[in-house]
Design a protein around this ligand. Structure first.
Ligand code: ADP
Length: 306
């Protein structure tokens, strides 16, 4: 199989401490991280594109250049005059990381405000990936536009993939969060939640409960990630457990789930075997948590030779 993998969401400017009070600039965001790992793991028959909105400032230009350099297509990105990307900073105190965000006025919030462009992008892809964060940052009516578009893609037989990535503080209320995330899952073919988020925010008391809830909504396949405790796959009703890889020293768990999703989808698209794809993705995610930062370069992922 070949085609286009389209990831929809927000990529932000990332500032992290580099020592001596200096700050290092990077670019990251859940759906972009997944596109990064999908690109690293997919062969040349697949193109990976990122769909978002950016401004017309120098930082937006730099981000586009960075995305392009990673081999990810940027031609579908919406550029809006006078706007800028969102930004976040990683604070380190006594080895503990915390995050500060400046994203309320980010251009990405308008990514679905041009429905024709969104439709054109979705129609051009075989695989469409989005997340609960993508939905959370959009104004209500734009979230509805995006959901209608992915529903249309699902009806057209495309592989629509959704990671609920539940972040309560991005939502105006629990009610809106529950309703919209459930709608995201209903509009998708494959849902890839993290069990700790689902337990904390939907009250699921078991992985079975998470699978049951998403299947009842209409998702066909579900992959529940559970950190070091492995993943449970339910593909069209058939259930498999795949353990996590042993990691000697966990250095940074940022983007563990995003990298798992990207690697899983890459292998699943190429070989069609979900448990084998999960074993591969567990290896990639294990490398990612053994390194600093959200985006680990391909050479460090151990893709050639296990
Ligand atoms: P998220 O980052 O979305 O919370 P998880 O914590 O469930 O996602 O991690 C996603 C995947 O990353 C897991 O399924 C597993 O393969 C891998 N992973 C995460 N933490 C560890 C760990 N401590 N040891 C080994 N693998 C891990």
């Amino acid at each position: 199989m070949s085609g286009r993998f389209l990831s929809i969401g927000e990529c932000m400017v990332e500032l992290s401490q580099a020592g001596d009070g200096m700050l290092r600039k990077g670019f990251a965001g859940d759906t972009f991280n997944t596109a990064w790992y999908a690109r690293a793991c997919l062969g040349p028959d697949w193109s990976v594109d990122y769909f978002t909105a950016l401004g017309d400032d120098a930082m937006s230009d730099e981000m586009v250049a960075f995305i392009n350099k990673a081999g990810i297509g940027t031609s579908l990105i919406r550029r809006i005059r006078g706007r800028t990307p969102g930004l976040y900073m990683i604070n380190l105190k006594d080895g503990e990381r915390s995050f500060s965000y400046w994203r309320d006025s980010a251009a990405a919030r308008s990514l679905a405000a041009d429905p024709d462009r969104l439709r054109e992008a979705v129609e051009s892809a075989e695989v469409v990936y989005f997340s609960g964060i993508t939905l959370a940052i959009l104004p209500h009516e734009d979230a509805e536009t995006l959901l209608a578009e992915v529903r249309r893609a699902k009806a057209a037989g495309k592989l629509v993939v959704f990671d609920p990535n539940i972040r309560p503080r991005l939502w105006s209320s629990y009610d809106v969060m529950h309703t919209t995330i459930s709608e995201g899952a209903r509009s998708s073919v494959l849902v890839m939640p993290s069990f700790d988020d689902e337990a904390a925010h939907f009250g699921d008391d078991s992985i079975e409960a998470t699978i049951h809830r998403y299947r009842a909504l209409g998702a066909v396949h579900i992959v529940v990630k559970n950190g070091a405790d492995g993943v449970t796959l339910n593909f069209a009703g058939e259930q498999t457990f795949v353990p996590a890889e042993k990691v000697e020293k966990v250095v940074d768990t940022t983007s563990a789930g995003d990298s798992f999703n990207g690697a899983f989808l890459a292998r699943y698209l190429e070989a069609g075997d979900a448990p084998a794809a999960a074993r591969f993705a567990a290896k990639v995610a294990a490398r990612v948590v053994s390194e600093h930062g959200a985006l680990v370069v391909r050479e460090k992922l151990g893709l050639d030779g296990g």
